[in-house]
Write a protein that binds this ligand. Sequence first.
Ligand code: N1C
Length: 260
Amino acid sequence: MEKKHCIIVTVVISLVIVFVAVVLEITLGKRTFKQEFEYRCSKFESSKKYNCTEIWHEFEKAYVNRDPCKIPMNAYDSLVAAAPFEHAYNKTLFWSKTKNLVRDLTKNRDDVNLEKTLLGSVLDGLTWCGKMGSSETFTKGCPEWNECVNNPPRSFWNRLSTAFADVACEDVTLILDGSIDTPFNPSTTFATIEVKRIKYPKVKSLTVVIVPQKSNCNSESLKALKSALVQGITYNCKEVTEAKIKKCSSDPKTPIGKCW
Ligand code: N1C
């Protein structure tokens, strides 16, 4: 009887320990915004060259204790200066509405979309803002993307996209979404920021890649893109099947230019 009692007590204690461990893991596993920022920064492949604590301070200076609808693009100037790009600028890839497809294509290649740079990878998919009278970073109760133009994430992506387009050179690629009517949408970051910043003769050509469905290389929307392009830059457009893009994503030895 004594022995049975002892076993029951041991089992109950073990169960309690497992339960507490699981609860702790769930609560502790959820990083705060700052922890997530620093975790991603330290995980970045060449982060040893950077001081992630300094980058965090430059970042929060842009929006903390400020009206979250009054954060201009240049609030992030010193952040961008603290974490300069270091990729091969002739390997630049832009996208609009095709983020996941581009992520898969560039994953094991040296071609670079903005999310493969330090700041792009650290802030990808995150929402943040500050509030007047507070020194904290908030992730809830922040303005929606279209609620006010000068909200913290929107101004950040505009600022970073400006810097990214400014360093692009030689032959650049743009992957567009053929399943929509306006692949070159005038309200997107690519149309409002990047297309205007890629300059001739630094950039020699722009190759648009599109999986033809609702739209293709002959669509009005692409004609608008061609005319928005800075004069001198050679414009090319390639229609590629989704199967070919998928095959190329799983075969990173094929140079990206041979995918279309
Ligand atoms: O507005 P978009 O696309 O045309 O922006 C894409 C364009 C790319 O070429 C990037 O260089 O602008 C740059 N860019 C990002 O890299 C980026 N990563 C994550 C712009 N926005 C980015 N985000 C988020 O995606 C951002 O929060 C914004 O809301 C979307 C823009 O995606 P889109 O409309 O498909």
